[in-house]
Design a protein around this ligand. Structure first.
Ligand code: 13P
Length: 253
């Protein structure tokens, strides 16, 4: 049995003070919650304030990106060692916004995934097709290339420490969600792919989250699907009430 995961990707929102307020509010609202793993991924500048707000709770800290090197002359970058010592347990890798605006390739994603694992960070690996690719019936082809690229040269022991987020690009920030059946179909495809690469036992341990306009109203149905093991939430994770509802829906589903 996979424990559902609800992760909030705060993207480039919230100052340090605002992040502290939101995380403190969530910590209060989610005190009684168990049976679901909650991860907050604020911007780098708020990792420390969110860490303080969630200490003594079960909420986990994650980052939104990292470099693959431990240290070095890489102006503007953050290393996995820095994230680990900042209290992170997770890091989002290969989000579609990084792939499209910052030219991240599957090779970069693979380097980052391997490095995150080396530093004891569990990567949340994002994959997903663009609208034209879906319309051209290329969803599986695109997702297969991304998954195989991200997991290249990983052992099954390493693979089982990862989390995958299927985020169809056309559903991110658009208000347009994949239907539960559409999402479940791609999740099933990804699980089969993982199973053929690493064996069923390993594939069954990997949580596959759905991301793309997840809201309290649609989360119950999405999370109720057999292959949807949680959600990576953007916009709705910036609102304590909405995020709490999504977390509670994950327990009930
Ligand atoms: P939205 O929930 O705002 O569509 O964003 C999804 C996302 O990109 C999470 O990583």
């Amino acid at each position: 049995m996979r424990i559902p995961i609800i992760a909030g990707n705060w993207k480039m929102y919230k100052t340090e003070e605002e992040a502290f307020q939101l995380a403190s509010e969530l910590q209060k609202r989610l005190k009684d919650v168990n049976g679901v793993k909650v991860i907050l991924c604020p911007p780098f500048t708020s990792l420390s304030s969110v860490r303080k707000a969630i200490e003594n709770s079960l909420i986990l800290l994650g980052a939104q990106n990292m470099h693959w090197e431990e240290k070095g002359a890489y102006t503007g970058e953050i290393s996995p060692h820095m994230l680990l010592t900042a209290g992170c347990k997770h890091v989002i890798i290969g989000h579609s916004e990084r792939r499209s605006y910052f030219s991240e390739t599957d090779e970069f994603v693979n380097l980052k995934v391997k490095s995150a694992l080396k530093f004891d960070l569990s990567p949340i690996i994002c994959v997903g097709e663009k609208l034209d690719q879906r319309e051209a019936n290329k969803t599986e082809e695109v997702v297969e290339i991304q998954v195989k690229g991200a997991f290249k040269n990983l052992s099954a022991q390493e693979a089982e420490k990862t989390i995958i987020a299927y985020e169809p690009v056309w559903a991110i920030g658009t208000g347009r969600t994949a239907t539960p059946a559409q999402a479940n179909e791609v999740h099933t495809f990804i699980r089969e792919l993982l199973s053929s690469e690493f064996g069923k036992q390993c594939a069954d341990k990997i949580n596959i989250l759905y991301g793309g306009s997840v809201k309290p109203e649609n989360s119950k149905e999405l999370l109720g699907m057999p292959e949807i093991d949680g959600a990576l939430v953007g916009g709705a994770s910036l609102d304590a009430e909405f995020f709490e509802k999504i977390v509670r829906n994950a327990i009930e589903s």
